[in-house]
Write a protein that binds this ligand. Sequence first.
Ligand SMILES: Cc1cc2nc3c(=O)[nH]c(=O)nc-3n(C[C@H](O)[C@H](O)[C@H](O)COP(=O)(O)O)c2cc1C
Length: 230
Amino acid sequence: MDVIEAMRKRKSIRGFKPEPVGREILEEILEAACRAPSALNTQPWEFFVVAGEALQRLCRENVECLRSGAPLELEVAESAFSRDSVFRQRQVGLARQLFRSMGIEREDQEKRAEWLERGFRHFGAPAAIIIVKDESLSGDGPLLDIGAVMQSICLAAMKYGLGTCIARQGVFYPDVLRRVIGIPKSKRIVISIAIGYPDWDFPANAVQTEREGVDTITTWVGFQTEEEGS
Ligand SMILES: Cc1cc2nc3c(=O)[nH]c(=O)nc-3n(C[C@H](O)[C@H](O)[C@H](O)COP(=O)(O)O)c2cc1C
């Protein structure tokens, strides 16, 4: 699969087969992904890779927190946008696509809660990669670098037939992560990536999310127009 094909085919996978992913494969993926660029080659990323009993415990405790109404917490700031923004429209568009694929009606609170919990269970993936950064690294810069490694992980996974879902939902309870997998206080928890073999019969995996056309988000400067070129 060439790079462009992989970029075009990558999508978030929210339903997995139970089959475990071998540690060697995960090591190869991380090794390749760590070739991602970073400012000044600082490589601000560190990984906690979780599977088996530890992952099950993580999922269980996440869901217990969610059901108890414990407040969600993020250790890196989430972007805020207004309800009348295009960003909100895109968010709503995604939710509509996912709910439609899963046959979840707007008023069906039970199914909606079930769907929400799915994210806190790492979508039933057999493994999850938690990305952290050292707390001494301030500012937004390291997050740009981590974004690059995050996408590289998702693309590299495809070579092994694996699917991924980057998810904030996996890191909304930092204390649970620290307790269950021993993430020290000196690390900021950034994001999680669920990883495993996709269950292609899982309806939400068929969703193809939308994208804005390049023409609407790009300003070209210093290029000849078609008329000028001819
Ligand atoms: C930083 C980040 C956080 C995300 N968090 C979640 C999440 O908590 N739950 C979820 O289901 N998807 C999450 N996603 C996946 C996005 O919803 C998904 O990438 C987007 O809708 C585009 O769809 P695609 O990945 O299938 O192309 C996250 C993606 C990113 C980059």
